[in-house]
Every structure is written in structure tokens, then in C-alpha cells.
Design a protein around this ligand. Structure first.
Ligand SMILES: Cc1ncc(COP(=O)(O)O)c(C=O)c1O
Length: 345
């Protein structure tokens, strides 16, 4: 195995990690600092994070009958879910998808299998998914909705067929929900094996490290046995609750990012030899048709723009790069650098 490496973005325009590029308005920042003053950092945090859970319930309009489990990022929730499985359990996820499903499953010695997405549309290969479910009887299936790194929403009907056919749990990972118009939260009451996972990272609070899992009380009660008692620190609890209760500015920032996403997509489409894939998230995957992705990636970096090179993962991602949608000026700098990189080829 190799560790999950994070590139050093010092002095670069950082468009590699699907972060919200905007800071908080000055007045909101002042109010937040006042709130922080009352934090009892000499005490352990509330192990149940009750105030934060209420804020999450309200802001996501969660069904009354569902329970919540909080994690130090959704990464930790993925780890908790996988730690709950028996040693010989199988785990399935489509590929390419979020790399931590495989990374953590394999680190725990579980039987992980990636099922290739359809190469033309990046949608689920439903017959292949069902055949593998039948063969492996997986204890857990991860489906990122929208998917990272492809940016698309899988066919919702295919997902429902998978949930109905799965002998174990199905986790719909809605990390990019702020940028999509579709969710499985309303379907939670239709299934007893469905869990929806979200994060505040992409909304604009990546530094807090807070993810949450929503699902049936009986299931989450079991997962809580594996959660470390104080996994959400008090500054995260206070700050996330404050932000969610004052979320208008975050919604505005999200709207700006969605508008910029269209502009960047159209601009990419207009560049010869670049094939962008339409996205319901805050990033765009694109293929370099005439030049190698490695060359384009390195040239962009030399010009001061950091994006993500996915080409080394091979398969459908060969010659693919992923750019996070940033501020207008950052996106313009990226597009200009991309054009220069292609000219230099
Ligand atoms: C699909 C998906 N799920 C989960 C995560 C992790 O989110 P968090 O910051 O909450 O750990 C990411 C991060 O990029 C992601 O792309």
C-alpha cells in the first residue's frame, strides 16, 4: 500500500482538493469569534455533540426517525463503517470513485472489489454490479452521489435496484450534495439497509473535519460502539453549529461556485483537444486528447496552478485531470495556463 499523499500547494493557485475558495464575510467572522470565546476548551467536548446535531438536523431537514453519527470528516465515518464488518466481509464500490473506500477496506484486510463504471457515460454498470452482489454478498456497498472524480450523478433507478438487491448496507456518499439537485435523504424511510453520508467540507468548512452519517436508529446504535467518545472537538462543534445556523453566506458562495462551474465547463468545451465531462459537483473532470495529461499537469504547475492529475490511475482515467471550481480570477488563471500548456505541447 502507499499512503494518501497530499500535494504541497505553497504559492500555487489551489484547485486540487474540492475546497470552497471563499473566506467568511467580516461581520460573520466577528460574531463567530465572539461565540468561540465561550468555548470551554479546558473541558472535554460534548460526546454526543447535541447542539451540532440539532443544527445538522435542521439544515438538512432530516427525517425525525433517523439517527446521526458524526465523524472527524467523512473519512472517519468510512473507517468506522468498515471497522464494523467481520474479517472476511466483502465490500464493493464502482471504480473510479473516492479512493478512501478501497484504501481503508484493504488496510483492514477486507475483501474489496471495484466494479468498473461504463467507460462512455461513467454511469453504473448495473448488470455487473448485480452479478457481483450476487457472487460476493457484500456486507457494504459505497456509491458516491455525485461521484468523485467523474462528477456525475449515477442513475437513481439503478441505485434503488442495488439497494433492493443488496444483502448488506448501502452507503450513499453525498459529499457533493451542495452542488447537486438530487439526494437519497428522502428515500431513507423506504429501506432498512440505506445510509446517507454527508460532510461540511465541500460546503466551505473543510478545515473543521466534520462528516455525518444518517440512517436507521438500530444500525447507527451499533456503529456508535466503534466511535471514539470525543471524536468531534469542541471548536468544530461550536463553529459548525454557528455556520449552519448562519448559512446564508455559505449558500451564496455555493451558488457562485455553481455559476462558475458552468462558465468553466463551457470554456473547456471550447478548447480544441479538451473533453470536459459535465459535473454535478464543485469540480470538473477533463481529458486531454492531443497532449499527455502529465505534460499539461506539470505545465500548469509551473505556471502556478495546482490541479489533480488522475492519469496515473489508468483505465478510463488515462489522460484525465480534475480541476476544482475556484474564484472567477482563479478559474481564469487556470484556463489561461491550460491554453498556454497546450500551445507548448
Ligand atoms: C466522495 C467523497 N466522499 C468523502 C470525501 C471526504 O470528505 P471529508 O472531508 O468529510 O473527509 C471526499 C473528499 O474529497 C469525497 O470526494
Amino acid at each position: 500500500m502507499s499512503a494518501y499523499k497530499v500535494a504541497d500547494a505553497k504559492n500555487l493557485i489551489k484547485l486540487d482538493a474540492m475546497e470552497n475558495p471563499y473566506c467568511w464575510p467580516e461581520a460573520i467572522q466577528q460574531q463567530w469569534l465572539e461565540t468561540l470565546k465561550n468555548s470551554a476548551i479546558n473541558r472535554y467536548p460534548d460526546p454526543e455533540a447535541r447542539i451540532l446535531c440539532d443544527a445538522l438536523r435542521n439544515s438538512n431537514r432530516l427525517p425525525e426517525e433517523s439517527a446521526l453519527l458524526l465523524g472527524n470528516g467523512s473519512d472517519e465515518i468510512i473507517q468506522i463503517l468498515l471497522m464494523a464488518l467481520p474479517q472476511n466481509a466483502s465490500v464493493i464500490a464502482p471504480e473510479p470513485s473516492f479512493v478512501m473506500y478501497k484504501q481503508i477496506a484493504q488496510s483492514l484486510g477486507l475483501n474489496y472489489r471495484g466494479i468498473p463504471l461504463l467507460s462512455d457515460s461513467f454511469d453504473l454498470d448495473l448488470p455487473a454490479m448485480l452479478a457481483n452482489i450476487n457472487e460476493l454478498q457484500p456486507a457494504l456497498i459505497f456509491l458516491a452521489y455525485p461521484n468523485n472524480p467523474t462528477g456525475n450523478l449515477f442513475d437513481a433507478q439503478a441505485i434503488k435496484t442495488i439497494i433492493a438487491s443488496a444483502p448488506g448496507l448501502v452507503v450513499i456518499d453525498e459529499a457533493y450534495a451542495p452542488f447537486a439537485d438530487s439526494s437519497f435523504i428522502d428515500s431513507l424511510s423506504d429501506y432498512n439497509n440505506l445510509l446517507v453520508m454527508r460532510t461540511v467540507s465541500k460546503l466551505g468548512l473543510a478545515g473543521l473535519r466534520l462528516g455525518y452519517l444518517i440512517g436507521p436508529i438500530a444500525l447507527l446504535e451499533q456503529l456508535h460502539k466503534l466511535r471514539l467518545p470525543y471524536n468531534i472537538n469542541c471548536l468544530t462543534q461550536v463553529t459548525a453549529a454557528f455556520a449552519l445556523n448562519n448559512a446564508d453566506f455559505l449558500r451564496q458562495q455555493t451558488e457562485n461556485i455553481r455559476q462558475e462551474r458552468s462558465l468553466v465547463f463551457n470554456a473547456l468545451q471550447a478548447i480544441a483537444n479538451i473533453k470536459p465531462y459535465s459535473s454535478s459537483a464543485n469540480f470538473i473532470l477533463f481529458k486531454t486528447l492531443g497532449a499527455s495529461a502529465d505534460h499539461v499537469f506539470n505545465s500548469l504547475k509551473q505556471q502556478g496552478v495546482l490541479i489533480k492529475n488522475l492519469s496515473r490511475q489508468g483505465g478510463v482515467l488515462e489522460n484525465c485531470l480534475r480541476v476544482t471550481v475556484g474564484k472567477p480570477e482563479e478559474n481564469q488563471a487556470f484556463l489561461k495556463a491550460l491554453q498556454a500548456a497546450l500551445m507548448l505541447n
